[in-house]
Structure formats: structure tokens, C-alpha cells
Design a protein around this ligand. Structure first.
Ligand code: DAH
Length: 339
């Protein structure tokens, strides 16, 4: 019996050493220590022993039982420790690693310039107002004193949805919406996209951007126009910038002028950049034509106004020294990242 007990202990230890799965531990416990287990079976035979033998065997049996119990407990603890070590290894997270910074976009150079211009005008008390890009002929041409067969329409051919509806060729159309909907005093700046059926080259694009300025109030004169232009352009380009006005014709202004800016390259002496002129053409301007005021329900006997419109591409190119308009649309990051 002593040998049987020792064999059980040996066997239990051997089996235990092979176990790698906690579920198998329980099976092993039942096999050796359970009610129908191997040790219990031997204990049951103790009744048959003589009174002298019984205490020693009893003691041995108890020791074997507690040894196996202890070995089981140790194995259980060992498996638990291994499992949690494995889990830790698998879930390892190095919180000291630097994070992945998201790639931040930035504003397009034309947006930068547009925001700058908007800020300048907001500072002078103007509202920023937009209008529809798909426009009625009336707003784009007719109300602006360009009746259906007016020759000046030729310079602004566009994309027609039908005879009446087109893609606007100029932000001047917004002037009409504004004057229809607001009472003077009016002070608005209207940036927006415009369309013309022009072929693409270094200075032309069928889609480009303009910024329109409109002021209507009692007693507005050409002096207010020149002063506003000077304030605006000196803030945009710096105090040293100078302008000149050349008489011109626009159907919606009378008198009209083209506004040139002194060449930044030669300071007015004349160079290749200004083609020897000393000045570079910048924008169109004038006093709002009385007919236009009347078309929009404003009495020209009581009110007068000035307006001007400039190309955002041209201003941006001038400000950053960009020599090809197409660069602004190609979305080449090597170009855009310079701004
Ligand atoms: N709309 C004109 C153009 O596209 C520019 C312009 C000229 C706007 C004179 C004006 C203005 O407001 O008064 O060429």
C-alpha cells in the first residue's frame, strides 16, 4: 500500500508537469483527489489494515494528498502567471512613442489674399456679400446697361444654360442684387467665381475670380473712389504703392477709369515687367451709371455711387511674383507649399 501511495504521488507529479492548460488541471485533480479518485480508492482499503500499520499508512496518505494539493496549487499559480505575462506581452503599448501627427492642410494663396482683402474692407465698414454663379442675363448684362445687342458683350462671351440663364462673367452682377435688396447707404465687397469662354494660357482661364466693390450713398464722388482705392491698395501692397487712373469705358459706370499700379519692379521708370510703361493695369472702376441706379430702384437724383472690380488671380500673382496663372489651379503641392 505504501508503494501504491508513493506511485500515485510520483504519477501525479509527472502528469502535472505535462499540463499546460488550466482546464486539464481540474481533470487531474478529480483523477487523483476526487471522490472516485485514485487516492480515495486506496484510502478506502485502509480499513483492511492492521492497527499497527494503519497510523503510518494514514500519515503517508495524508502527506501524499497534501503534497498533491500543494503541487496542484503551485501549478495553478504558475499557469495563471504565464497567462497574464503572455497577455501583457501581446497587449504591449508603448505610451511614450510619439503620436502620428495628422497632415494639416493650408490655405491656397488666393484664399490668403482674399481673406486679407476682406479684412481690409471689413475694417472700413463694408459687408461681404455673395451672389449666384448661375445668373440671369438681366443681372449679368441688361441691368448693368448692356442690352442684348451691346457690342461690349462680345468681350464677355460665356456659357449659356439657355437664352436667359448663363454663368456670370463678372461679379458686377452682384451689384444689382445688392441694390435691389438694400437701401443706401450701401458698402459691400463681393468676391466670387466668374466664367468666360476663354482658352487657357498664362494669363487667361475660363474660370477665374473677381472681387467687386460697391458704395452708394448721398454725395459720393470720384474723390471717395480714389481715396478708398488708395487706402485699400496701400494696406495690401504697402505704403510705397502708388496708383494712376486712366479714362476708360464700362457700360455700367460713368465716368469710368482703369486703375494702374506703379510697377513694383522698376518703381515707375519702365522695365520689361511693365513693358516700359512704369505702371501695370490692375482693375476697372467708375461712378455707378445713373441708368444702373435707376434699374435697381435707386433715384440717381438723390444718390450716387462708385464701384470697382478686380481679378483675384492677377492680384495674387502680383503679390507673390507668380508668372503663370495655371500654377494656381494645378494643385501641385511643390508649388502650393511655398505659401
Ligand atoms: N466687371 C468688369 C470686368 O469684368 C470690371 C469692373 C469695371 C467692375 C468697372 C466695376 C467697375 O465695378 O466699376 O471687366
Amino acid at each position: 500500500m505504501k508503494q501504491a501511495l508513493e506511485k500515485i504521488e510520483l504519477c501525479a507529479r509527472e502528469e502535472l508537469a505535462k499540463i499546460a492548460d488550466p482546464a486539464e488541471l481540474e481533470t487531474l485533480r478529480i483523477r487523483f483527489l476526487g471522490k472516485k479518485g485514485e487516492l480515495t480508492a486506496i484510502m478506502k482499503q485502509m480499513a483492511a489494515l492492521s492497527a499497527e500499520e494503519r497510523p503510518a499508512i494514514g500519515q503517508l496518505a495524508n502527506r501524499v494528498r497534501s503534497d498533491i494539493e500543494q503541487a496542484l496549487a503551485e501549478k495553478t499559480a504558475q499557469l495563471k502567471a504565464e497567462a497574464s505575462a503572455l497577455k501583457l506581452r501581446e497587449e504591449k503599448l508603448d505610451v511614450t512613442l510619439p503620436g502620428k501627427a495628422p497632415k494639416l492642410g493650408k490655405l491656397h494663396p488666393m484664399d490668403v489674399v482674399m481673406h486679407e482683402i476682406e479684412d481690409i474692407f471689413i475694417g472700413m465698414g463694408f459687408d461681404i456679400v455673395s451672389g449666384p454663379e448661375v445668373e440671369y442675363d438681366y443681372y449679368n448684362f441688361e441691368a448693368l446697361n448692356l442690352p442684348p445687342d451691346h457690342p461690349a458683350r462680345d468681350t464677355q462671351d460665356t456659357f449659356y444654360i439657355n437664352d436667359n440663364i448663363l454663368l456670370r462673367t463678372q461679379t458686377s452682377s452682384i451689384q444689382v442684387h445688392v441694390m435691389e435688396n438694400r437701401k443706401p447707404p450701401i458698402r459691400v465687397l463681393s468676391p466670387g467665381r466668374v466664367y468666360r469662354s476663354d482658352a487657357i494660357d498664362a494669363t487667361h482661364s475660363p474660370i477665374f475670380h473677381q472681387i467687386e466693390c460697391l458704395v452708394v450713398d448721398k454725395g459720393i464722388t470720384m474723390a471717395n473712389l480714389v481715396d478708398t482705392l488708395n487706402m485699400f491698395l496701400k494696406r495690401l501692397y504697402g505704403e510705397e504703392c502708388a496708383i494712376r487712373l486712366r479714362p476708360h469705358h464700362f457700360p455700367f459706370t460713368e465716368p469710368s477709369a482703369e486703375v494702374d499700379i506703379r510697377c513694383f519692379n522698376c518703381g515707375g521708370k519702365g522695365c520689361s515687367m511693365c513693358k516700359g510703361e512704369g505702371y501695370v493695369e490692375l482693375l476697372g472702376a467708375g461712378m455707378v451709371h445713373p441708368k444702373v441706379l435707376k434699374n435697381c430702384g435707386i433715384d440717381p437724383a438723390e444718390y450716387s455711387g462708385f464701384a470697382f472690380g478686380l481679378g483675384l488671380e492677377r492680384v495674387t500673382m502680383g503679390k507673390y511674383g507668380i508668372n503663370d496663372l495655371r500654377l494656381l489651379y494645378e494643385n501641385d503641392l511643390r508649388f502650393l507649399n511655398q505659401f
